[in-house]
Every structure is written in structure tokens, then in C-alpha cells.
Design a binder for this molecule. Structure first.
Ligand SMILES: Cc1ncc(COP(=O)(O)O)c(C=O)c1O
Length: 363
């Protein structure tokens, strides 16, 4: 009954973990990919205000003009991006989905740095396209040289996710510049998933979109403002692609949530430096706590760590951690390898401390 295209979408790995987790009482949970702080109250009040006021209908497909303008202006001011057009999407996930639908033909190849955000793999398959993985182990640094070895006549799109989920690694500026040269030479589109841009701890965030007009810049409100359930993101880039995505949104998502778009205007005036500094301290806490006993790269951003498992099989190690009441995600969910595991440090410090203790005992 189910369509053929669904056959590639195997979520059994992560489902198994969450099935096991259901039976755990008060697990030390380092698996969650969303902030542990709540949406700031001024943003919540703004959303409530607009709901009460009756701003509950569909909005225009491309998103309310005042939010689109404000985001374009912010992208220019903060990241030096001069995007031709912008679409407000239902989360960055919605943007990725529409971008893939608008750009990929069956048989096209997509350059996917491995480890990757799992959606990239599954959606590539859904489009009938092939993910071509760039193995970035053990430092997780994406280089132009590694990409160039994998470019073929079928390559259409390069995915960049910096800071990265699941490694937290930031692609160095020198490599971004070389990747731009490569993309120019082969006339490739770059999709830059910048959802963790605000979570850059050691240096100001740099977008590849500044130097290459054929970049789709995707970002949103889920992580920075903890608005994961409000489903709000945006995609900025070349007019032709944004318009194709907008046509598709008209016949799929229709629009992003109305009240969330209004509240997002307020969010953009909200200073999140405090919570982000707090996350920087969490990064230091967990990295310092694990670096003696684990092989791991210090993350420059996001809120993840991707250590090598002491067992040769990361899935087995995660199972053992579950038995000790610690919930982490096997690396196989994010990679063609199964040697590592993902820790999210978006958790209270006492949970981090317990997690560090359990992990160190397991080595
Ligand atoms: C790299 C990356 N891109 C996109 C998303 C999706 O975010 P959104 O809630 O905006 O759909 C996530 C969420 O975990 C992510 O880690």
C-alpha cells in the first residue's frame, strides 16, 4: 500500500533508542536537540497578543512582508548577505523540504558531509537523488579538497551545516572560500543550513552566502529562541529558486504559522546573548569533563559533541549507556559509520555533571 519512495526512509535506529528510553525512569537525558531554556516571555506575550487579536488566519504564502523585510535587512547587516528574495517556512525543515523538491531531479547527486543531519540523507532519497557522502572523520572539518574528489557531472547541490549537528564543528573560513571557488567552477547550488549560527562560541559566525550568490541560506527560530514547536524558519537566496519554493509552499504548507510570524518580529529584537553565553559554559563543562577519557573534537558551536565510542560499535555503547540510565544517540543515526555517539549539552548543568560521571565510569 505504501509508496516505493518510502522504502529508503528507515528510522528504526533512532526509534529503537526512544522505545528503550520510554521504559527508563528519570533518565540522564543528553539526547535532546533543542534548548533547555524556554521562549523569552516577551515573545510569548507577543504571540498571545496576536492570537487574541484574531491574527489566526492564513498569511500570504511567502510570509508577512514586515518579517521578510526585517530578515533580509538582518542578513545583510550581520552576515553580509545580499539575498534577492526570501520565503518564510514552517521551520528550517520545511525550507529544506521545499528546496530539495524545487532543485533535485531523480538521479542528481547531493554532496553531504558525513556526519550529517539525518534529514539530508532521507530527503535526498525521497527525491530519487543520491547523497554522496564526504567523510570528515576524525576532526569533522569539511574541506574543498575532499568535496572536489566527489564532484561528478550529476552533482547539483552542496550541503553545508556549520556549526554542525551532530558534531558542533564550525567549517573554517579558509575552506568556505575554497568551497565557493569549487561551486563557481562547477556551477553548483550551495544549501547553507545556518540554524546554529547564533551558537558560535569562539569566533563570529561567517556565512558562505556572503561570497556566493547561488547560496540558499536557511535559518530559523527553533534553536536561538527555543521556538521549536512554533515551526518557523526562512530561506533566502536567488529569486528563481525562492519563487519555485514559494509555488510549492502554496500547494503544500500554504504558509508558516501566522501568530509565530508576528511574534518572530519581537524575537528579532530580543537579546539572546545571555542564554548563548550559558551554552558556551556548558560546552566547556562537558568538553573538559570528557576530554581525558574520550577521543573527541572540541565543538565551536551548536550544542552537540560527537565523541568516539570506547566500544568499536557505537550502537552497542549506547545500549550499555541506556542500561546505566544515560540517554545518548548512536552515531549511526547521523553517519555511514557507527563508531561514535552524539551528546546534546542542551541540558541543566547537574544533568551534564551526571552524564559526565556515567560516561567516564564506562570507559
Ligand atoms: C541542522 C539542522 N537543520 C534543521 C533543523 C530543523 O529545525 P526546525 O525546527 O527549524 O525545522 C535541525 C533541528 O534539529 C537541525 O539540527
Amino acid at each position: 500500500m505504501i509508496a516505493q519512495r518510502m522504502s529508503h526512509m528507515d528510522s528504526s535506529g533512532i526509534r529503537k533508542i526512544f522505545d528503550l528510553a520510554k521504559n527508563m525512569k528519570n533518565p540522564v537525558n543528553l539526547s535532546i536537540g533543542q534548548p533547555d531554556f524556554d521562549v523569552p516571555s516577551q515573545i510569548k506575550n507577543e504571540a498571545i497578543h496576536w492570537i487574541q487579536k484574531g491574527f489566526n488566519q492564513y498569511t500570504v504564502t511567502q510570509g508577512i512582508p514586515e518579517l521578510r523585510e526585517k530578515l533580509l535587512e538582518k542578513l545583510k547587516r550581520e552576515r553580509g548577505i545580499e539575498a534577492e528574495d526570501i520565503l518564510i517556512t514552517s521551520g528550517v525543515s520545511g525550507g529544506i523540504f521545499l528546496a530539495f523538491m524545487a532543485l533535485l531531479n531523480p538521479g542528481d547527486e547531493v554532496i553531504v558531509p558525513d556526519p550529517y543531519f539525518a534529514m539530508y540523507k532521507h530527503l535526498s532519497h525521497l527525491m530519487g537523488a543520491s547523497p554522496v557522502y564526504i567523510d570528515t572523520y576524525p576532526e569533522f572539518i569539511l574541506t574543498a579538497e575532499k568535496i572536489s574528489e566527489k564532484i561528478s557531472k550529476k552533482t547539483k547541490l552542496i550541503l553545508i551545516n556549520s556549526p554542525s549537528n551532530p558534531t558542533g564543528v564550525v567549517t573554517p573560513q579558509r575552506e568556505l572560500k575554497k568551497i565557493v571557488e569549487l561551486a563557481k567552477k562547477h556551477h553548483l547550488v550551495i544549501l547553507s543550513d545556518e540554524i546554529y549560527s547564533e551558537f558560535s562560541y569562539d569566533e563570529p559566525f561567517q556565512s558562505i552566502g556572503r561570497d556566493y550568490p547561488l547560496t540558499l541560506v536557511l535559518d530559523g527560530f527553533s534553536k536561538t529562541f527555543a521556538m521549536t514547536g512554533w515551526r518557523l524558519g526562512f530561506t533566502a537566496g536567488p529569486k528563481e529558486i525562492i519563487q519555485a519554493m514559494t509555488r510549492l509552499q502554496q500547494f503544500s504548507f500554504v504558509c508558516a504559522p501566522s501568530f509565530a510570524q508576528k511574534a518572530a518580529l519581537k524575537a528579532l529584537d530580543c537579546d539572546m546573548k545571555g542564554p548563548i553565553q550559558e551554552y558556551r559554559r556548558k560546552r566547556d563543562l562537558i568538553y573538559e569533563g570528557l576530554k581525558e577519557k574520550f577521543k573527541l573534537t572540541r565543538p565551536g558551536g551548536a550544542f552537540y559533541l560527537f565523541p568516539q565510542a570506547p566500544d568499536p560499535d557505537g550502537d552497542v555503547f549506547v545500549q550499555k549507556a541506556l542500561e546505566k540510565n544515560l540517554l545518548i544517540i548512536p552515531g549511526s543515526v547521523f553517519s555511514e559509520r557507527k563508531t561514535h555517539f552524539r551528546i546534546s549539552f542542551a541540558a541543566p548543568n547537574e544533568t551534564l555533571a551526571k552524564g559526565i560521571e556515567i560516561l567516564n565510569q564506562m570507559v
